[in-house]
Ligand binder design. Structure first.
Ligand code: UDP
Length: 427
């Protein structure tokens, strides 16, 4: 479905810069999602502007990603990194900057797709000031997140209220999995309109290299049994469970086991502190010689790591969607994941990988071993994962579904497909 005329839309992700380096604290799935749908929607014919916050004086205010897609960084508060939980006070300034940007450009956006609860508030405030369709994706629900952590931040009650208001008021909420939709209905509100449209992944980037070739490039032995983690260093990600499960593998005496923990961190910040805690557990369990911390994996090497692994483990305590699982599946690598949230939707147990109860290191050890011990089954799981991603999770299919939703909400937008469906009037 292609648009017959360019329509301007704004994706608003105050805290998740789509042009940022991915894999460090607070730059993860949301940033990837916004960037990729931005690119894919632009290819469908939308004029896409992705709005975020300026967080360093070195950053460009506008980045042009292609003819129809750009990142626009607005000033909101001090020009430095500010954690999500401290951003609320700067949102009024973000709104004022957004409005003056529109004024300078001489147009108003008729549709905004907001990301994460902070931007949902921005969208709802803008809606009071101009005619606007608002679509929202939560990326994480406070009601679920706070039930899995011991240290609930002071902002929690405001976040929960904004998330409820958003579900009840915006034109459409996009849930990225049926599990997220269920959480919204059970924990947030029975009111409001939800549509399930999953996240996607780049099926050309992931899956283009074979295991043996990837290992050769990365210097990994052909006979090694490689267990891979990719993601941020955050307690919610459950890396400790993986390390303890790896230590419990029954294969240490018979196989060349290797654990690779990929993800960026900065000393002194919360991801650096979590990385130090994890490497402390690695040492305590005597796993230093079997464990590698390659740091942040950029897009040049990430596909190689996924392809080189025998199994990719996603041990999160809570995961609204979990892009890493579908990236691994696209790379034909089976996934062992926690039986939570979106991972229940993406990973089909015994078909594309295995699910284990979160924090259950024995169950994770058993699941990992079952795959490592049987390379033929590993390959069958990997092939089925690839097929599942090709069918359900390409960015192109996500952008088609979003285009369908936006055009439905913006009745004046006409697509070529709709024109084809219209009966031809013969003069
Ligand atoms: N990622 C990356 N390099 C790294 C670690 C992570 O590019 O070193 C990317 C990863 O490929 C995925 C995203 O960060 O696209 C993480 O998304 P996910 O939904 O799995 O988790 P989130 O960060 O949103 O909690």
């Amino acid at each position: 479905m292609l648009l017959t005329k360019k329509h301007r839309i704004a994706l608003i992700s105050v805290d998740g810069d789509p042009a940022a380096e991915i894999g460090q604290e607070e730059a993860g799935g949301q940033n990837v999602y916004v960037r990729q749908i931005g690119y894919a929607l632009a290819q469908k014919g939308w004029q896409v502007d992705m709005f975020t916050r300026l967080s360093s004086p070195e950053q460009a205010a506008i980045i042009q990603h292609g003819t129809n897609c750009r990142t626009i960084r607005l000033k909101a508060g001090p020009i430095e990194f500010i954690g999500r939980d401290s951003l609320l006070d700067y949102l009024p300034e973000f709104i004022a900057e957004f409005q003056s940007f529109q004024q300078n450009q001489g147009f108003q956006y008729s549709l905004v797709h907001t990301h994460y609860w902070l931007s949902s508030w921005v969208g709802m405030e803008l809606k009071k000031r101009q005619p606007l369709i608002q679509v929202h994706t939560y990326h994480s629900l406070g009601a679920v997140k706070y039930s899995t952590v011991s240290d609930v931040p002071a902002i929690a009650s405001i976040r929960l209220a904004v998330e409820k208001n958003c579900l009840e008021c915006v034109d459409r909420v996009v849930a990225t999995s049926p599990q997220e939709q269920e959480h919204m209905r059970k924990l947030v509100s029975s009111l409001g309109r939800i549509e399930v449209i999953p996240c996607g992944t780049d099926i050309e980037k992931f899956g283009s290299v074979e295991r043996s070739q990837a290992r050769q490039t990365l210097g990994i032995a052909p006979d090694a049994k490689v267990v891979l983690y990719v993601g941020r260093f955050d307690k919610r990600k459950g890396i400790e469970t993986l390390v303890r499960a790896f230590a419990k593998s029954s294969l240490h005496s018979v196989a060349n086991l290797q654990l690779i923990i990929g993800g960026g961190s900065r000393p002194g910040y919360s991801d650096g502190i979590e990385r130090d805690r994890i490497s402390g557990i690695v040492s305590e369990l005597g796993l230093e010689n079997y464990t590698a911390f390659p740091g942040r994996l950029d897009e040049a090497v990430l596909p190689l790591y996924y392809a080189a692994a025998d199994v990719c483990v996603v041990p999160s305590h809570y995961e609204p969607f979990g892009l890493v699982a579908i990236e691994a599946m696209a790379s034909r690598t089976p996934v062992v994941a926690s039986d939570v949230g979106g991972l229940r939707f993406t990973v089909v147990p015994e078909v594309t990988g295995l699910l284990a109860p979160p924090k259950d290191e024995d169950a994770f050890a058993l699941a990992i071993d079952r795959i490592l011990i049987n390379p033929e089954w590993r390959d069958r799981l990997g092939e089925a994962g690839r097929q599942r991603v090709e069918i359900a999770f390409s960015w192109q299919s996500v952008a088609s579904r979003l285009t369908h939703l936006y055009t439905h909400l913006l009745p004046e937008v006409v697509t070529t497909q709709e024109q084809e469906r219209k009966p031809q009037v013969v003069a």
